[in-house]
Design a protein around this ligand. Structure first.
Ligand code: SF4
Length: 366
């Protein structure tokens, strides 16, 4: 076990598209929540030295300075390798100089911020508010404190968006010179404000066109496309997220978090009240070897370098070719096999889900 995810569910405002496990920030809830989190960590963590820790949300930066100190106090129980990638998510609005100084002091070395879009019409649609002044202020302070691994998130394919505004968003993000950019095509999930307002997705062709623009622009600006939705400057790929895509085990602590431990995928409740009461796990999936193989294929193929066929053989004691007739998909150009890796070629990434379905259908166990 080398990775750990911590979920902080509090947010100062609720975005119209949000399907994450979150609640409005409420001071009374925070202390109770942090105590429940502390209890879970103490009960489950086995003392390994971790290589990645990721504090996500919600909006972790919505906590006050004192609450963040309490959080880091709890997390000090987690042992870290010297080179541990230690990330915290946040919004620019709620990030202050004092919080950044605290992050530095406790060893955070990667920051991840939601920008989503800088266009006023898009922001209104998303129910978000980001100002260029505040973004610049926070990034300037972060850089001056020595943070040199920063991610920002971008959402595209909004009904309020045109190719022109997407390009403006991209140019703006490039001007920030961050090390990592995560992009998400808008998905209208049930129980979100957008869903309740009967918002429709944009046409698939336009969505594809926007994805193509993003890939081209990222290439021009020397961001490596290393996972379907993620781009990074050389050497700044997210080590934590690679744990997921490499199908490696990890701890997940907090409401709505999921873990992968000892061949089990464990989901925590999404109810903050139940979590505080200690009623944590709501679903435990015991994985058979076949399940693990399917996860391995699905997750690995999200990465641009796909599945390492040697690693697959070592991990499962069987070659992929022996259980899956994938050669036909290679022949038809849906997959590429090169240097002992099987991956989805760039021009086919957009239909990766369809390719995965076809691939999984070809698996047979004797
Ligand atoms: S998208 Fe992020 S900031 Fe917005 S409501 Fe969801 S968790 Fe909170």
């Amino acid at each position: 076990m080398k990775s750990c995810y911590i979920h902080i569910p509090f947010c100062n405002r609720i975005c119209s598209y949000c399907d994450f496990c979150k609640v409005y920030y409420h001071k009374n809830f925070v202390e109770k929540y942090l105590s429940a989190l502390e209890k879970e960590i103490k009960e489950v963590y086995k003392g390994e030295e971790l290589e990645t820790i990721y504090i996500g949300g919600g909006t972790p930066s919505s906590l006050s300075l004192e609450e963040l100190k309490r959080l880091f106090d709890i997390l000090s129980i987690l042992k870290r390798k010297d080179y541990c990638e230690f990330t915290i998510e946040g919004n620019f609005d709620s990030t202050t100089k004092e919080k950044l100084e605290l992050y530095k002091q406790v060893g955070i070395n990667r920051l991840s911020f939601g920008i989503e879009s800088i266009n006023p019409k898009n922001q209104e649609f998303l129910n978000r508010k980001e100002s260029k002044e505040k973004i610049k202020e926070v990034l300037d302070i972060a850089r001056s404190l020595g943070f040199h691994n920063i991610n920002v998130d971008l959402i595209y394919a909004l009904p309020t968006e045109e190719k022109k505004t997407l390009k403006e968003d991209l140019d703006y993000i490039f001007s920030l010179n961050v090390e990592h950019i995560s992009t998400y095509s808008l998905i209208i999930e049930e129980h979100t404000m957008l869903y309740l307002n009967h918002t429709k997705n944009i046409e698939e062709d336009l969505d594809y066109e926007m994805y193509r623009i993003i890939k081209e622009e990222m290439k021009k600006h020397h961001y490596k496309h290393y996972e379907i939705s993620n781009f990074a400057k050389e050497g700044y790929e997210s080590k934590h997220n690679l744990t997921y895509w490499n199908n490696e085990e990890y701890y997940g602590f907090g409401v709505g978090a999921s873990s992968y431990q000892n061949n089990q995928r464990i989901e925590n409740t999404r109810s903050i009240t139940n979590y505080i009461k200690g009623k944590r796990n709501i679903r435990i999936e015991n994985l058979s070897k076949e399940d693990t193989i399917e996860y391995e294929i699905i997750l690995n193929l999200r990465k641009r370098d796909g599945i390492s066929l040697n690693h697959f053989q070592d991990k499962f004691n069987i070659s992929l070719e022996d259980i899956c007739n994938y050669k036909e998909l290679v022949k038809n150009g849906f997959l590429k096999e090169e240097k002992n890796h099987l991956y989805i070629p760039e021009e086919k990434l957009y239909i990766s889900n369809e390719i995965l379905v076809q691939l999984l259908e070809r698996i047979t166990y004797e």
